[in-house]
Every structure is written in structure tokens, then in C-alpha cells.
Design a protein around this ligand. Structure first.
Ligand SMILES: O=C(O)[C@H]1O[C@H](OP(=O)(O)OP(=O)(O)OC[C@H]2O[C@@H](n3ccc(=O)[nH]c3=O)[C@H](O)[C@@H]2O)[C@H](O)[C@@H](O)[C@H]1O
Length: 453
């Protein structure tokens, strides 16, 4: 028995070894199977994430990097800053838009790196309103000037979001972050004559961009009140003088004017259907420090200083061409007045709840000045004679004169221009020579005498 018992024991041991060998194989198989399951699950999660990303990705848009921000803020990641600037960017957006005074406005200023936009943004911020800038920094004119304005705005605690008006997701995102009370919409393709060179840019900014902005604003909750830049050019071939808001505006002389006029009609539609409060401001040839290099007073200054000849247009019947040149500070007061008197939009989330305010105002200087006179003021301020080349106004969309009647803006928000062309150009030239570092060439001592000549 003991032998057999011994024999039995060794059999049992062998059997146990064999069983343990089988268990090992089995457990390895289980391990392999479970790691397969784990691998597949990981693959599935990755796939879901990729699909979600694809849903958020809009290939038709110009600013893909900004959609990455929208994706981050959907909450899939605990911290949006884990992939870059998301949280910091949103913080800047909020800070910039927050008013520093009680009952202050929260204004989205489009075209904030532009001429009128930068001045208005600073003025609003200085009185304690929240201001968020928006600009695409396009290269219609020297973008370094826009960057310099941006720098100035940063010093005044105004942050500019870089983006295009046609980027709906980005605009919606801004309205998700901030309940703007107002939009000051100044972003546009400006310039009367450039419309013959690049007509599509006017459609893209002044029509498609405007509609995109209004679509976002109408769906916002609360809806903001909107004040936006129309143009004196809408009067086109109107011959009644001075131009009043009741005059005809159905004969635009340029595509630029036609897109601004279309903007006024589009404003009517959004006001009618969605209850958006809309105010259009017809600016009359705005000039001043930090101005636009594509405008005549600006490039005349440059050309006179460089000894280049300048073209001075005359009408077909050899009359002087005149403009109601309006100084930037007066325009800023007009914009702020329009914002302060804008009533609230009546709709919310895309539904109209009642009639809303719809306004149009002239913002001009009320005293047209011939272009020849503008040039002699500049000659006096620069201490240099211009090489004048008098030519018939090319058929390029220009009109012979503009002249604003501003009694409506005066009645409704006390608009009263106070800067005449000589005083305004003096301020412009002072800025120009300092900005471009050419101070020594200006004859300061005789500038006053020459201006009044
Ligand atoms: O009120 C507006 O709604 C528009 O104002 C501005 O247009 P304009 O009034 O045409 O200004 P601007 O080009 O400075 O020409 C000034 C004068 O110089 C004459 N002019 C021009 C060029 C030239 O070479 N020679 C010349 O005599 C020219 O015939 C004109 O008489 C804005 O640019 C425009 O964006 C829009 O806002």
C-alpha cells in the first residue's frame, strides 16, 4: 500500500502539475482576450472622439483654429487650456466686455482695428463701458497701421478678437460668452473707387458679413441693439441739397454705395421680422489722426511730402468737387449718442415680441469744402507746395459733392459737429508726422497763417 500509495502520490503530483499547466495556458488566454477587449474599447473611444471633432470642424471657414476653441469649450475636456489658449482667451473676452461703471454698456465693436472703430472703442472704454473688439486685419491698406491701433487699444484694456464677419461659429461663441447689450458694427469694405477693382470684397463684407452678424444677433438672448456704419454715398445722384434722410437714396453711383444702401434695406428686414433695434449712421468723409491711408487727405499728405504730384478732380462741367469732411471726434460723439439712445431689441432667441426701433441718421459736418481748398490747407500745414494735377473726375463712382443736414441727429442725441477742416487737418498732420517720424519737415511757426489763407 505504501508503495502504491507512493505511486499514487507521484501520479497525483503529476496530475496537479498538468492541471496547473492547463490553468496557466487558460489564464494567459484570458489575459490575451481581455487585453484585446481593452484595445478595442480604446479604439472605439478614439473613434468617437475623432467623429465628435469632425462634427465641430467647418472646412468652409477661414479660421479653423478658432473652431478648435469651440470644440474645447464643449466640456469634453476638463480644462480647455490643456490644448492652448482657450481658457485664457475666454477670460480676456470676458474682461474686455465687462463694464467698469454701473449700468455701463457691453459693446461688441466690429472693425475695432479700423479708423472709426479704434476711436470709438477707446472713447467707450474711457467712460467705463465694456468693449470687445473684432477685426480680420485684412490688407486692404497697410495692416501695420491696424496693428498699431490694436496696440493702442490694448493699452486701453480693449481686447480685439481676430476673426471674420462671415465666421458664424466664432460670432456665436462670442455671444455665448458675453450677453452684449450693443453692437457697434463698423467692419466693412470701405472706399468708393476700389469697388471697381475688387467688387466681390464689398459683397463679402458689406452684404454677406452684415447678414451673418444680424443672423447671430437675432438668435442671441438677449438680442443686442445694433448701431452700424452706413455712408453718405447712399445719396448717390441725389441733387437736393443739403442731403436729408428723407431724400432719395435709390440712385447709388458706386457699388460701395449700393452695398451700403442694401445694408439699410437688410436692416429694415431684420428689424421687421426679428425685432432687432437697428440704427444706421451715414458718415460723411471722416478724417483725422489714425485715419485711413486710402483716403485723399491721407495720401495727398504723403505725396506732397514726397514731392509727388496729386490728382485733384473736377466735375465734368469743370466745377470744383467738394466734400462735407467730418472730423473723427465729432463722429465718435455721434456714435456714442446713437448707442446711448438706442432702445432695446424686442425679440429673443430669434423670435420677435414687438415692434423695435429702426433709425437712420446723417453724421456730417454741414459745411462742404472743395478738394482744392483741402489741398491748400495741407500745403500750409506741411510747409510744402503740392504738385497739383487738375483732371476731370474719372467715372469711378465718385459724386461731385456731399453736404449733410444733421438736424435729425441733433434732435435725437444732440449731435453737433464742432471741428472745422483747418483745425481737424492740423490735428491730423500733427499725428501723421509724429507717427511716421517726419517731424522736422513741418513748418510749425507759419502753419496757422497758411491755414487761414
Ligand atoms: O462719405 C462716405 O461715405 C465715404 O467717404 C469717403 O469717400 P470719399 O468722400 O470719396 O473720400 P476720399 O476718397 O478721401 O475722396 C475725397 C475727395 O477727394 C477727391 N479725390 C480723390 C482722389 C484723388 O486722387 N483726387 C481727388 O480729387 C474725391 O473725388 C473726393 O471728392 C470714404 O473713403 C468712403 O469709404 C465713404 O465712407
Amino acid at each position: 500500500m505504501p508503495l502504491s500509495a507512493t505511486a499514487d502520490t507521484s501520479k497525483t503530483v503529476k496530475l496537479e502539475r498538468y492541471n496547473s499547466y492547463l490553468r496557466k495556458i487558460h489564464s494567459t488566454k484570458v489575459l490575451k482576450a481581455s487585453s484585446k477587449v481593452l484595445f478595442r474599447a480604446t479604439l472605439l473611444i478614439a473613434l468617437v472622439l475623432v467623429l465628435l471633432f469632425a462634427v465641430n470642424y467647418h472646412p468652409h471657414s477661414d479660421s479653423h483654429h478658432l473652431h478648435r476653441r469651440s470644440f474645447l469649450s464643449t466640456g469634453l475636456f476638463s480644462s480647455s487650456s490643456s490644448l492652448g489658449e482657450g481658457a485664457a482667451w475666454e477670460k480676456r473676452v470676458r474682461q474686455s466686455s465687462t463694464a467698469k461703471r454701473q449700468h455701463g454698456l457691453s459693446v461688441l465693436v466690429t472693425g475695432a482695428a479700423g479708423f472709426v472703430g479704434s476711436h470709438c472703442s477707446i472713447a467707450l472704454r474711457k467712460r467705463g463701458d465694456g468693449v470687445l473688439g473684432f477685426d480680420n486685419f485684412n490688407d486692404y491698406y497697410d495692416p501695420s497701421l491696424k496693428r498699431a491701433r490694436q496696440h493702442l487699444l490694448e493699452k486701453n484694456q480693449v481686447f480685439i478678437v481676430e476673426g471674420d464677419l462671415n465666421d458664424g461659429p466664432l460670432l456665436r461663441k462670442l455671444f455665448d460668452i458675453v450677453p452684449f447689450t450693443h453692437v457697434l458694427h463698423l467692419a466693412a469694405q470701405a472706399g468708393v473707387r476700389y469697388a471697381m477693382k475688387n467688387p466681390q470684397s464689398y459683397i463679402s463684407s458689406n452684404i454677406a458679413g452684415l447678414v451673418n452678424l444680424l443672423e447671430v444677433a437675432k438668435a442671441a438672448n438677449p438680442q443686442p441693439a445694433i448701431v452700424w456704419a452706413s455712408s453718405s454715398s447712399v445719396y448717390g445722384l441725389n441733387t437736393e441739397n443739403p442731403f436729408s434722410e428723407e431724400h432719395r437714396t435709390d440712385q447709388p453711383a458706386s457699388l460701395y454705395a449700393a452695398t451700403k444702401k442694401a445694408g439699410e434695406e437688410i436692416a429694415h428686414t431684420y428689424n421687421h421680422i426679428y425685432g432687432l433695434s437697428l440704427t444706421g449712421l451715414r458718415f460723411f468723409t471722416v478724417y483725422g489722426p489714425w485715419g485711413r491711408p486710402d483716403m485723399a487727405y491721407f495720401f495727398f499728405t504723403k505725396d506732397i511730402l514726397h514731392g509727388k504730384s496729386i490728382d485733384i478732380y473736377r466735375t465734368q462741367d469743370n466745377q470744383e468737387v467738394a466734400r462735407d469732411f467730418t472730423y473723427i471726434d465729432d463722429i465718435v460723439k455721434g456714435c456714442v449718442g446713437a448707442l446711448d439712445t438706442a432702445e432695446k431689441s424686442t425679440g429673443s432667441g430669434g423670435k420677435k415680441r414687438g415692434p423695435a426701433q429702426l433709425r437712420v441718421y446723417n453724421l456730417g459736418n454741414t459745411s462742404p469744402v472743395p478738394v482744392g481748398r483741402l489741398v491748400s490747407i495741407l500745403e500750409g500745414l506741411l510747409g510744402t507746395k503740392a504738385k497739383k494735377h487738375l483732371i476731370k473726375m474719372p467715372r469711378n463712382g465718385d459724386v461731385p459733392y456731399t453736404h449733410a443736414n444733421v438736424s435729425l441727429a441733433y434732435r435725437d442725441f444732440g449731435y453737433k459737429p464742432t471741428t472745422d477742416l483747418a483745425a481737424g487737418l492740423r490735428k491730423f498732420v500733427k499725428w501723421y508726422v509724429s507717427y511716421y517720424g517726419i517731424q522736422p519737415r513741418v513748418k510749425k511757426e507759419n502753419s496757422h497763417a497758411d491755414e487761414s489763407a
